[in-house]
Design a protein around this ligand. Structure first.
Ligand SMILES: Nc1ncnc2c1ncn2[C@@H]1O[C@H](COP(=O)(O)OP(=O)(O)O)[C@@H](O)[C@H]1O
Ligand SMILES: [Mg+2]
Length: 403
């Protein structure tokens, strides 16, 4: 019986051959973390015939890893417990797969080798490692493999640093590789990602840099505040798009209008009357005055009824649901437009101040980024501009209204 595994690529082979007891592999997305970790797990199962554990950050990721490994090991599996995510292997080895949203489940087990996939995304990695996972290695003097794409300066970064200082930590070793060291990923794909992402995001996700997580998100603002004054007539035949954010109890309704052809903001508006009819009229008048061809407006809570009425009266507006998932790419895309000076904006102190104050925060628990105004500040002007920029990318080029 044998399992056919892919031959490791050069970088993967370097890691395998340089292994210590505790191994931390920091690499870009699609570098081949799963392929390397499969190789290491199966190697131990077949050679040592002792239990091996595989950990994934969440139940969802575990389900994917389970499906993949189960398939690879079909030839050598003699028993399989779907519920427990356990595979028994010819000759006596056992593979247990665990999700780390409930790390305690693995307490009290004994393993010859443990593998932690996407380790930078493990909630409470420090506790999971120290209190649950590390102790499972004591009986067999087992070893460990952690691989991940960085998430700022969290505990994965600390473990990575341990492996860099071999003199102080002889049991630890770590490596860092960009996605590009995987020869099976087209370099064109990586170049395309470089063009699509803000520089710091690209550095983290593809170059595997441990970038500082927190801080200002918009840079190069001053260079992008040169939108000239203009009137609708000057934009005859140009597509004009709009982004809008509805005011709630104590913040503002904001609108930003961009001329896609000229690449600058032609108008913006900010007001804090929350009366529905008033808001609707004001939006209508902007759409009419500038012959807006396409607009993207927030759809949450109170946005919904206003938006529906505006759509019923024929305005070319589409709703955008702002969620923890949809917001980061929206904001990152606007940050990228500033870095590249793709759009010029109206120089307005209030709107500039909100851009300057805008922050990125990284959750110490999940490692995910979130974007918002600082405590007590507003972010509605940033949202309007981010939506206007997205409207320009999505539909702006297609819809031209004659002025
Ligand atoms: N040694 C290898 N041989 C062949 N293909 C590989 C090898 N390593 C990685 N790949 C391919 O590269 C892609 C990314 O690998 P994967 O292990 O899923 O990366 P990651 O887990 O880092 O996102 C997959 O299509 C995988 O099949
Ligand atoms: Mg993977």
């Amino acid at each position: 019986l044998e399992i056919l595994l892919p031959k490791l690529h050069d970088a993967q082979a370097t890691v395998r051959d340089g292994a210590a007891r505790f191994n931390v592999v920091d690499c870009g997305r699609r570098w081949g973390k799963n392929v390397l970790l499969h190789d290491r797990g199966i190697d131990s199962l077949m050679a040592d015939r002792l239990p091996v554990a595989w950990f994934a950050p969440t139940y969802k990721m575990l389900a994917e890893d389970w499906r993949e490994l189960k398939g690879k090991m079909a030839e050598v599996a003699v028993g399989k417990l779907e519920q427990e995510h356990r595979l028994e292997v010819v000759g006596g080895g056992v593979l247990d797969m665990w999700s780390l949203d409930q790390p305690d489940a693995a307490r009290g087990r004994r393993y010859r080798r443990v593998i932690i996939n996407e380790a930078a995304q493990v909630p409470h990695l420090k506790d999971a490692w120290e209190m649950v996972i590390r102790p499972t290695l004591a009986d067999y003097v087992g070893d460990a493999w952690l691989a991940g794409t960085p998430r700022g300066h969290n505990h994965f970064f600390e473990l990575f640093q341990r492996g860099q200082d071999v003199a102080a930590n002889p049991d630890w070793r770590s490596w860092r590789y960009p996605t590009s060291s995987n020869p099976y990923i087209l370099s064109e794909e990586i170049e395309a990602a470089r063009l699509d992402l803000p520089e710091r995001v690209f550095r983290q996700e593809y170059l595997a840099d441990f970038i500082e997580g927190e801080g200002a998100i918009f840079r190069n603002i001053q260079a992008c505040l040169k939108a000239p004054k203009s009137i609708p007539k000057q934009h005859r035949g140009h597509p004009i798009v709009l982004g809008g954010d509805w005011g709630k109890q104590d913040d503002f309704t904001t609108l930003s209008l961009i001329c896609v052809t000229c690449g600058y903001e032609v108008a913006h508006d900010r007001f804090n009357k929350i009366d529905y009819a008033f808001q609707r009229k004001r939006v209508e008048s902007w759409v009419e005055r500038w012959h807006v061809g396409y607009g993207l407006v927030e759809r949450n809570s109170m946005g919904d009824p206003i938006l529906e009425e505006l759509q019923r009266s024929g305005l070319p507006l589409v709703g955008f649901d702002t969620t923890a998932i949809s917001k980061p790419p929206l904001i990152e895309s606007l940050a990228l437009a500033f870095e590249r000076e793709e759009i010029q904006w109206i120089d307005d102190p209030v709107w500039t101040a909100e851009l300057e104050a805008y922050e990125r925060k990284v959750s110490a628990v999940t490692g995910r980024s979130s974007y918002s105004a600082p405590e007590g500040g507003h972010d509605d002007t940033v949202m309007a501009r981010a939506l206007a920029r997205k409207a320009a990318l999505d539909g702006g080029g297609l819809i031209v209204f004659e002025v």
